[in-house]
Design a protein around this ligand. Structure first.
Ligand SMILES: Cc1ncc(COP(=O)(O)O)c(C=O)c1O
Length: 501
């Protein structure tokens, strides 16, 4: 059979998976990225979701998340110890983490709050890895209490741990940064030398010797040398490099290597122009296997487990941002003003990232107009797309911004008092579930309660929020009503507001 491009392989695999999916999941899915790798949502369903939950709104497709997780596990099934530790930072929502845990995933956490999220989802001990840097002692203490695997980013961290936490755990991982550039077949894809993360190879050697002499019995090596890679080369090359390193370390230091953590970095083709370089996860699994069999097995290390910490590949295509056009404007360009902004999706502003946009209900119309899709921040960089060919689009149209399921909602911020949107999980049976409510203006002001004038702002916000019934989605209205029952504003004048909830 001729080799198919990655995108075509995915499309075929997911189409086959979806044939069987309805039996596994109950009723057939109404929305799925299974065949297309992107959420499919028709205008009618989108209007229903917008009425129920409001816009802007993050949507996640359960069937797609499960299908992608299973495809990853299948690709590495040849390695009995393989496990995905989902990068919590990509989508720190407990409902998503629990869903992934049901599929057998652990969590890669960067901070104490991320560890707490994992703990809340029922994960214990080595279900969690703390891959942190510049780490406060409190985070290490929590990791020790939970029995999480710790991944040291710097050579002096073991001593810091001993000083602030106590004895080192039995299993320890270290993050290595070999420096230089990281090259794949299509050229340089990462510049580890410019990265603040990890320790040099000589430092790793010294740190492992120190750890061995301080009671550590099992060692892991972790590296993340390039981000959002396409073309399928990254993991196999990284694996070969790390396997050669751990063979040397095991021999020279007489230590037991328990696992190699290949971390994240497998990307997705955000821009359809990159579709022919989409990662074929099955081929990646086989590429890593070849390196494993070439390097580790002959060295008698065929029991080393492999870990991944994918965020983007797993979740990004399974998420979309639903937003409504509220204004249009024409000056030197044509602008569509939407109710989302860079505070809801930072990637275009931060990296000039491309996200595909569908105008719902106009999918069959030709993209003859060119728009900049902008939000309402007082920042010219607040442009979710620039010079984008789209069908003629007008206020009240709904747009679906794709591939935001990872590093999307989680990178949100509150500049200009913009509020983070709700998150909704689309279940395989066509039902939907609110998994994070939208922020309210009272949330935005909540931390001002340290001063009298701050408490006054909070009380005014509560009053304004309660008066906005006409603007609210059903979920907002219910939540606000519940909140105002719980908020007792005893006096705006003395600013003494108390929350009962
Ligand atoms: C330590 C670590 N692991 C995993 C990831 C996930 O990377 P990706 O979403 O590119 O797969 C990240 C992302 O920043 C990371 O910092």
């Amino acid at each position: 059979m001729p080799r198919m491009r990655g995108g075509a392989v995915y499309a075929m695999c997911f189409a086959i998976l979806m044939l069987f999916w309805p039996t596994a999941m109950g009723v057939g899915a109404k929305t799925s990225v299974a065949q297309t790798e992107r959420i499919q949502l028709d205008a009618t369903r989108a209007e229903e979701l917008a009425a129920t939950y409001g816009t802007p709104l993050y949507l996640y497709d359960e069937a797609a998340i499960r299908a992608r997780t299973r495809a990853l596990k299948d690709a590495f099934a040849w390695n009995p110890g393989f496990r995905e530790y989902f990068a919590v930072k990509a989508t720190p929502n407990p409902s998503i983490i629990r869903l992934l845990a049901e599929e057998g995933c652990g969590c890669d956490c960067a901070t104490a709050p991320e560890l707490l999220l994992a703990q809340a989802c029922g994960l214990t001990r080595h279900d969690m890895i703390l891959t942190s840097n510049d780490t406060p002692a409190a985070d290490y203490r929590l990791a020790a209490e939970l029995g999480a695997v710790v991944n040291f980013d710097a050579a002096d961290m073991p001593a810091y741990w001993e000083g602030h936490v106590g004895a080192l755990p039995r299993t320890v991982c270290c993050r290595v940064n070999p420096g230089g550039t990281f090259e794949a077949a299509n050229g340089i894809i990462g510049t580890p030398e410019d990265s603040k993360f990890g320790m040099t190879v000589p430092q790793l050697r010294e740190t492992f010797a120190y750890l061995r002499d301080h009671g550590v019995e099992e060692f892991g090596v972790h590296a993340f040398l390039a981000s959002n890679t396409l073309g399928g080369d990254y993991y196999p090359r990284l694996a070969r490099q790390l396997f050669e390193l751990v063979v040397d370390l095991a021999r020279d230091l007489d230590i037991q290597i328990g696992f190699v953590d290949l971390s994240g970095g497998i990307g997705i083709p955000y821009d359809p122009a990159d579709a022919d370089r989409a990662n074929d996860i099955a081929a990646i699994g086989q590429g890593v296997r070849r390196a494993y069999e070439d390097v580790l097995v002959p060295a008698g290390m065929g029991d080393v487990a492999l870990y991944a910490e994918l965020g983007r590949w797993l979740l990004a295509p399974a998420g979309a941002l639903l937003t409504r056009v509220i204004h249009e404007k024409e000056t030197y360009r044509r602008y569509l003003g939407v109710d989302a902004c860079s505070a809801n999706l930072m990637r275009p502003q931060l990296y000039g990232a491309y996200h595909r946009i569908d105008v719902l209900g106009r999918e069959d119309e030709p993209a003859l107009a060119t728009y900049n899709v902008v939000g309402g921040l007082c920042e010219n960089g607040d442009q979710l797309a620039q010079d984008r060919p789209l069908p003629e689009t007008h206020p009240s149209d709904l747009l679906l911004i794709h591939d935001v399921g990872a590093h999307g909602h989680s990178m949100g911020y509150n500049y200009n008092g913009k509020l983070r949107s709700a998150e909704v999980l689309l279940h395989a049976d066509g039902t939907s579930e609110l998994i994070r409510r939208a922020e309210r203006v009272t949330d935005y002001f909540a931390t001002l309660d340290a001063t009298e004038v701050g408490r006054r702002a909070l009380a005014l916000a509560a009053r304004w929020q309660g008066s906005r019934a006409a603007d609210m989605s059903e979920a907002d209205a219910r939540g606000t009503a519940a909140e105002s029952e719980g908020v007792v504003v005893t006096s705006i004048d003395n600013g003494d507001s108390k929350r009962k909830l």
